[in-house]
Write a protein that binds this ligand. Structure first.
Ligand SMILES: [Fe+2]
Ligand SMILES: [Fe+2]
Length: 137
C-alpha cells in the first residue's frame, strides 16, 4: 500500500499561490484519509474525512474553473469534465464505502492517491504556465 504523498514545492507548485495552497491542503486531507485507513478508523471518522475532502474539492474546482474562465484558458472544458468525474467518484466512494471491506479501502486509497498525483500535481502545470504567462502569480 502507498504510504501517502509528500508535498514537494519544487515538484508540485504550479506558480499560482492560491492554487498551490489549495492543492497543498487537499494533499494533506488525502494523507489524513490514508492514515485513517491504515489505522482502521471507524466509519464515522472516515465519512467525516471524506466529507471534508469532497467539500474542499468542490470549492477548489469552482475556484479553479472560475480562474480558467476569467483568463480564457483553452483547456477549460476538458478540465472541468475531469473535475466532474472526480467528484462523482468521491461521492460514490463516500456513499457506498463499507469501511470494513479491505478491498474497497484499497480501491479508495489508490483512487485518491492517483487523483492527487496525476490530476493535481502533474495535470495542472499547463494551467500554471498559462496563468503565469498572463501575469498571475
Ligand atoms: Fe483541476
Ligand atoms: Fe487544481
Amino acid at each position: 500500500m502507498n504510504s501517502g504523498l509528500t508535498w514537494n514545492k519544487a515538484l508540485h507548485n504550479i506558480g499560482i499561490a492560491s492554487l498551490d495552497e489549495q492543492h497543498r491542503q487537499i494533499v494533506e486531507q488525502v494523507n489524513r484519509i490514508i492514515s485513517a485507513i491504515k489505522e482502521d478508523a471507524g466509519s464515522e471518522v472516515m465519512h467525516e474525512l471524506m466529507d471534508g475532502l469532497i467539500s474542499m474539492a468542490r470549492q477548489h474546482f469552482d475556484f479553479e474553473e472560475r480562474l480558467m474562465r476569467e483568463h480564457g484558458f483553452p483547456g477549460l472544458e476538458g478540465h472541468a469534465t475531469e473535475h466532474l468525474g472526480l467528484l462523482r467518484k468521491l461521492d460514490m466512494f463516500n456513499e457506498t464505502l463499507f469501511f470494513s471491506d479491505p478491498h474497497r479501502l484499497a480501491l479508495l486509497q489508490a483512487f485518491i492517491t492517483d487523483w492527487a498525483e496525476l490530476h493535481l500535481l502533474k495535470g495542472e502545470k499547463d494551467l500554471g504556465e498559462y496563468l503565469t504567462s498572463r501575469g498571475l502569480s
